[in-house]
Design a binder for this molecule. Structure first.
Ligand SMILES: O=C(O)c1cccc(C(=O)CC[C@H]2O[C@@H](n3cnc4c(=O)[nH]cnc43)[C@H](O)[C@@H]2O)c1
Length: 258
């Protein structure tokens, strides 16, 4: 895995992001930039870290709510759906959902303390195990196995946050062996991180017709289990710093190309 999965500044002379096309080539009609955010974390420590960025004071934003919906996809989807439906019913709908928290980062692109932003939000273990290997749910013909955030918005946010940008995997079991790491990177060679909630948040957001981003900071490296190597405090501090930059990041060219 040697690909550069950071997102270079425009015009800095380096190649564009791994998926390639320069932003200008995609410029579509201007879309209103998101001003009403729902941020969904798993646990309270993550919620507190996001709230420490004091997004509610940002002039660029009209409303921000941060909720801790629980660990795992089911809790994440339920909490997100309820919050979105209540806001809609109150006549104050959100226009962007962000799945946020800590994550395991894939080496070498996402070391501990690094920020990651999802280019795609992938249900990495939703499917069937067969004698020939894993078959994703979409190939089985009964579901969607990934969500794609608005491409320009996610790329601009990644660039502004200095984040590793690529597929962000959602798993139901934390990876803890070299074999499982190799299996995941074999199927998702450009993956930047894994966590346990993003796909659930994205499913609920899609059901409610609201765009979704995933932003995570790295607390541990995906690989053989090593509890002594976790740096949860560093990851939470990085989460606060990343969300501190978010209002300005959302103001960058919020146009949709997809
Ligand atoms: O017991 C372990 O070995 C272990 C290793 C890493 C994380 C955990 C957790 O229970 C945390 C789950 C929680 O944090 C997110 N997270 C953080 N790192 C990872 C990871 O490497 N793989 C998947 N999820 C991770 C996750 O979104 C949960 O909210 C335990």
């Amino acid at each position: 895995m040697t690909a550069d999965r950071s997102v270079p500044d425009p015009g800095d002379g380096r190649p564009a992001a791994h998926h390639g096309t320069p932003a200008a080539a995609h410029a579509g009609p201007a879309a209103p930039r998101p001003r009403r955010l729902l941020v969904v974390t798993a646990v309270d420590a993550e919620r507190v870290a996001v709230e420490a960025a004091r997004l509610e004071t940002a002039e660029a934003l009209d409303a921000v709510r941060v909720i801790a919906a629980g660990v795992g996809q089911a809790a994440a989807a339920a909490g997100t759906a309820v919050a979105l439906a209540r806001a809609e019913a109150a006549g104050e709908p959100y226009d962007l959902v962000i799945s946020a928290g800590i994550a395991g980062g894939f080496a070498p692109v996402a070391p501990v303390g690094h920020v990651t932003v999802a280019e795609t939000i992938v249900a990495a273990d939703l499917g069937a195990q067969t004698p020939e290997g894993f078959v994703p749910v979409a190939e089985l013909g009964f579901g969607v196995g990934e969500h794609r955030p608005p491409a320009r918005l996610s790329r601009d946010v990644a660039r502004a946050l200095g984040a590793a940008y690529g597929p962000l995997l959602t798993v139901s079991t934390v990876t803890g062996s070299a074999e499982r790491t190799a299996e995941l990177t074999g199927r998702h060679p450009h993956a930047v991180a894994e966590a346990m909630e993003g796909f659930g948040v994205a499913e609920a957001a899609a059901a409610c017709g609201v765009p979704c981003l995933e932003i995570r900071t790295v607390s541990n490296t995906v690989g053989p289990r090593d509890r002594d190597a976790w740096r949860i405090g560093d990851a939470l501090a990085a989460l606060t710093a990343a969300f501190g930059k978010l209002p300005a990041a959302l103001e960058v060219e919020a146009t949709h190309d997809d």
